[in-house]
Ligand binder design. Structure first.
Ligand SMILES: [Fe+2]
Length: 368
């Protein structure tokens, strides 16, 4: 994918960036919200971090050049080349824009609240918002919607930090933004209300594999991550000797690297220690420590659940691809028993299911 983009860029530099003046303006698409009190979504590509759709340029020949796919990190200097050349850059958004407007509004108010009561009220509304889309089928939602709302609410890496993470692996970075979004959402459902802790959790997701940087990361290692995710302790076969050692030590080494890279930006730097347990299971079959359910905290349990349920491959994002996604993630199967503690399952399920019964009561009373 990246190779294609570079080819496109080279092609442009050769043939198309001549005397076309400066545009210098990002693409904006303004969508009127159906609710009066909600701000319309504004897509300012130069300020966004991850693409919420296919971003492309139509050449005069009619050929379509895709710059970014949904979920890709938007490389500003690459985009700027096109904008500076006056190219007409388009985006086909895959978002449910009304749903995202509601989510942005709720997260904004939640993160702005200092009063516990207020925070609790907005937490409740966020759970309702998540429930409508990612637990029930009442909203047509995709992972891109959650990714977008969480990015807008939490993302705080600076340009250099973004580049370092992207340079290690574009695919891992894209995955991290989804894992981080699922993680903070479930943390809110679990009752974590401290906004600094939630921000830290979101950023922590990008650092799990920080020791697998561009110097050591290979397709083999990414395949091994997926293999280990599906079947713990069965990842060795595809790796060479050096890769086995890199893979085995990456959780432990990641802690030190993450402290060096990001400790100063964290309100709770102690969370970086959880990098060591991101491949643990709750049945002793994870690595490197082989922990069991009683030996992990709730936050570690959430990390283990999300990191081991979300794949490392096939991360194509589509409009509406995640209806009831959280419910599906928590459905009983063999894999789930190894990654989800009873306590987390009970709390999250109760929060969503009790809301269902409250909602049903409301519908009954209101005669709908
Ligand atoms: Fe990892």
């Amino acid at each position: 994918m990246d190779k294609d983009k570079e080819e496109n860029a080279d092609f442009l530099m050769d043939d198309d960036l001549e005397d076309e003046g400066l545009l210098g303006l990002p693409v904006q698409e303004i969508v009127e919200s159906s609710e009066e009190n909600l701000a319309p979504l504004v897509f300012n590509l130069m300020e966004m971090h991850f693409s919420v759709g296919e971003i492309y340029w139509n050449m005069s020949s009619g050929k379509k050049i895709t710059l970014f796919h949904p979920g890709d990190w938007i490389r500003k200097e690459y985009l700027q080349k096109f904008l500076s050349a006056g190219k007409d850059i388009q985006i086909d958004s895959i978002l449910n824009e009304d749903y995202c407007s509601k989510g942005l509004n709720l997260f904004d108010k939640f993160l702005d609240s200092d009063e516990e009561n207020e925070k609790s009220k907005f937490r409740d509304s966020i759970i309702g918002w998540l429930c409508d889309g990612y637990w029930n089928n009442q909203e047509q939602v995709g992972l891109a919607d959650l990714m977008f709302v969480c990015e807008q609410s939490f993302f705080n890496f600076d340009g250099e930090e973004e580049k370092k993470i992207f340079n290690a692996s574009a695919d891992l970075m894209k995955r991290s933004s989804i894992v981080g979004s699922l993680l903070v959402s479930l943390a809110i459902v679990m009752g974590y209300l401290d906004k600094n802790l939630l921000k830290d959790l979101y950023h922590l997701s990008f650092l799990f594999d920080i020791s697998l940087d561009e110097n050591v990361l290979s397709t083999n290692l990414i395949n091994a991550l997926e293999q280990e995710r599906k079947t713990p302790q069965s990842w060795h076969s595809s790796l060479g000797e050096n890769e086995v050692s890199t893979f085995k030590s990456h959780s432990e080494l990641g802690v030190g690297k993450a402290f060096a890279f990001y400790e100063n930006k964290m309100s709770n730097p102690g969370l970086l220690n959880f990098i060591e347990t991101h491949h643990e299971r709750i049945n002793g079959l994870g690595f490197p420590l082989g922990l069991k359910e009683g030996e992990i905290s709730d936050l570690e349990g959430l990390i283990i659940f999300v990191n081991n349920r979300f794949p490392y491959s096939d991360m194509t994002l589509r409009h509406g691809d995640a209806c009831s996604y959280l419910r599906v993630l928590m459905e009983k199967n063999e894999e789930l028993d190894a990654v989800l503690t009873n306590r987390i399952k009970k709390i999250v399920t109760n929060e969503f299911e009790n809301r269902d019964s409250e909602h049903a009561k409301y519908l009954e009373v209101s005669g709908i």
